[in-house]
Design a protein around this ligand. Structure first.
Ligand code: C2O
Ligand code: CU
Length: 489
């Protein structure tokens, strides 16, 4: 039985020749012969807590022998992993060597609005931006990416994504896998449309405005179906969904149990066993995977259920899972074999802490069931949060520093991954029920299919000149105006 949403998606999608044809044409053989690239680690403390990034165009071959034009942070594509220690003050220098303006937003980092790198903080070509970042939050996997209004989606698609690791000593205290690139691996998951000449195809056409840009090819750290060699013990994967719109539904091909130890904002109280894990755009999870049996295994992604029958990446349109990458074990001894039972203390998330309640209706307009591509203009007019599209000149919400509020988010049209800058939250309810344990910790983005109640803690200041954003992290939805701004004083 098709739900109303699936019918709406179906009728719109079928009128566009693109979506079905492109996936059906895509029968790439899986080779797993490219080693997983590990981004360069920049350990801020080891270089006097001064870190420089150069945003520039580059060349990178997704398809062997067919280099594509890309963007990167001090790299041809993607960027370094920056390790920052809690308590440190980091002097960042960002140089823009692109021929277009950009910003750098530290997604998940708790810093004041003026250092947050939102759309107000433009770095023009040839200019430098030098924010000082005071790191004061629990250990977590964060990331950074551009945020210029109307060019965020394209710039990220071209390759601008880097990772941040905040370290507060918990890794050592708990004895977790922490040897970067060996048993502690960053996995940046994305999908891309890659043309036959190897170039990146980014077209924010009508369909992409509705569903977000979705590609036919999954890439990990910039490579199609790579292979990682890992010790035959416990390995920590820092999963980041840096896709523009695609939800990944991850599992291992042998359906082994893996343990989720952290979500966006830090560690969970205890490891949560799962066999399948949905990760929506901008979300992070850290998982521990046991490779002690020495067997090679593939990581796979399944149909994006929120897209209904059109969420399937499999070439023949079946509901099959498609391979993302492969793991093989080495003969090197495992560094970590045991998983800690308890991780960290989490305060209870109680409604009673909130001083106020607000509602956000996030509407991408597609429930209108339009069938003509030519009518997309109407849809965009319906798009917005609480009936308003993004306006850089308008402050939508005023919050008070040091307080908490309940934000109720209601999705209309599609499941929206809702993100709030400058704050962490706890999910109080999702689709009317308490969150599953792996979603019960600190978060900064949540996939809202129906509705969710969030307890948001506001502890960073933001002025009218440099407000914080909240928005749908389907980047084409963000660009179409599913974004608002708040101040905090
Ligand atoms: Cu990933 Cu407005 O952020
Ligand atoms: Cu959205």
């Amino acid at each position: 039985m098709l739900t109303r949403r699936q019918l709406a998606i179906g009728s719109a999608a079928m009128t566009s020749a693109g979506i079905i044809g492109r996936w059906a044409a895509e029968a790439r053989a899986t080779h797993f012969n490219t080693p997983l690239p590990i981004p360069r680690l920049v350990d801020a403390a080891k270089q006097g807590n001064a870190v420089s990034l150069k945003v520039a165009a580059g060349r990178h071959a997704f398809v062997h022998g067919k280099p594509a034009s890309t963007y990167g942070y001090s790299a041809p594509v993607l960027g370094p992993v920056i390790r920052m220690r809690r308590g440190d003050e980091i002097e960042m220098t960002v140089e823009n060597a692109l021929d277009t303006a950009t910003t750098v937003h530290w997604h998940g980092l708790l810093v004041p609005g003026e250092s947050d790198g939102g759309p107000q903080q433009l770095i023009r070509p040839g200019d430098r931006w030098r924010p000082v970042l005071n790191i004061d939050q629990p250990a977590a996997t964060l990331w950074f990416h551009p945020h210029p209004h109307h060019d965020t989606a394209r710039q990220i698609y071209m390759g601008l994504t880097g990772m941040i690791i905040v370290d507060d000593g918990t890794d050592v205290r708990l004895g977790l896998p922490r040897t970067f690139g060996i048993d502690d691996l960053p996995l940046i998951l994305q999908d891309r449309s890659i043309a036959s000449d190897g170039s990146i195809e980014y077209g924010a056409d009508g369909l992409a405005v509705v569903y977000g840009a979705r590609g036919d090819t999954v890439i990990v750290n910039g490579v199609i179906t790579p292979v990682a060699k890992v010790p035959a013990g416990l390995v920590r994967l820092r999963l980041l969904n840096a896709a523009n719109a695609q939800n990944f539904v991850l599992r291992f091909s042998d359906q082994r149990i893996v343990h989720v130890i952290a979500s966006d904002g830090g560690f969970l109280p205890a490891a949560v066993p799962v066999t399948q894990l949905t990760i929506s755009p901008a979300e992070r999870f850290e998982v521990l995977v046991d490779f002690a049996n020495g067997k090679a295994v593939a990581l796979e992604t399944g149909p994006d259920e929120v897209m209904g029958i059109f969420g399937r990446l499999a070439p023949d349109g079946s509901s099959d899972y498609v391979p993302v990458m492969r793991f093989e074990t080495t003969t090197k001894p495992a560094l970590v074999k045991e998983m800690p039972r308890r991780l960290v203390e989490l305060p209870p998330a109680s409604q009673g802490l909130a001083i106020r309640r607000r509602q956000f209706v996030v509407n991408s307009g597609i429930c209108m069931n339009r069938t003509q591509a030519g009518e997309h203009a109407d849809m965009v007019a319906l798009t917005g949060i609480n009936g308003q599209t993004f306006d850089m000149e308008r402050i939508d919400v005023e919050t008070n520093l040091g307080t908490s509020e309940v934000w109720e988010v209601i999705s209309v049209g599609l499941a929206h991954p809702f993100h709030i800058h400058g704050a962490l939250f706890r999910i109080l309810s999702i689709a009317g029920t308490p969150p599953p344990p792996h979603l019960a910790g600190w978060k900064d983005v949540v996939l809202v299919e129906d509705r969710a109640e969030l307890l948001v803690a506001f502890n960073q200041p933001a002025t009218r000149a440099h407000p914080f954003m909240y928005h749908c992290h389907i980047l084409e939805h963000e660009e179409a105006g599913l974004m608002g701004q708040y101040v905090c004083a």
